[in-house]
Design a protein around this ligand. Structure first.
Ligand code: FES
Ligand code: FES
Length: 163
């Protein structure tokens, strides 16, 4: 066991955790933050994506003990007190989901992605200004699977916020 303090959605949480506990299980099972979804639990689907110190990460692959001292943002912490995060509003406006299971991960991943700079390796050769193109967004979001196939509307929503 280890004693850790981690800031989750702006609130410091001090806990005693098994050193094998994943960040995803910490969030869902210990802190009751079930917005982050467990799809594959193997880093393959992106349903568990959260922001760790502003960078997107698969919470199922992160050890909770390794997040001691970090700032973690889950989908529950994206919105302000009074209004939705612009991505949340755009997802609703553009109907960027069906069942919604992948949506928390898509939102956190998109929020992190929009703060990243430079083109991805795959699209760098495809366009002169890759930052905001649908191709670039698709590539950067390729770690987040949607079994409902809402990809077209997802890209449209993210592109609108990126602009
Ligand atoms: S649950 Fe983490 S990547 Fe699938
Ligand atoms: S909306 Fe159902 S998995 Fe993406």
């Amino acid at each position: 066991m280890a004693e850790i303090t981690v800031r989750v959605n702006g609130t410091e949480r001090s806990l005693s955790v098994d050193t094998r506990l994943s960040l995803l299980d910490l969030l869902r099972e210990r802190l009751g933050l079930t917005g982050s979804k467990k799809g594959c639990d193997h880093g393959q689907c992106g349903a568990c994506t959260v922001l760790i110190d502003g960078r997107r990460a698969n919470a199922c692959l992160a050890l909770a003990v390794a997040c001691a001292g970090s700032d973690v943002t889950t989908v529950e912490g994206l919105a302000g007190d009074e209004e939705l995060h612009p991505l949340q509003a755009a997802f609703i406006e553009h109907d960027a989901f069906q069942c919604g299971y992948c949506t928390p991960g898509q939102l956190c991943s998109a929020a992190g992605m929009l703060t990243e700079s430079g083109p991805s390796a795959v699209t760098a050769d495809l366009t002169e200004d890759p930052a905001l193109t649908p191709e670039e967004i698709r590539e950067r979001m390729s770690g987040n699977l949607c079994r409902c196939g809402a990809y077209v509307n997802l890209v449209t929503a993210i592109e609108e916020v990126a602009r």
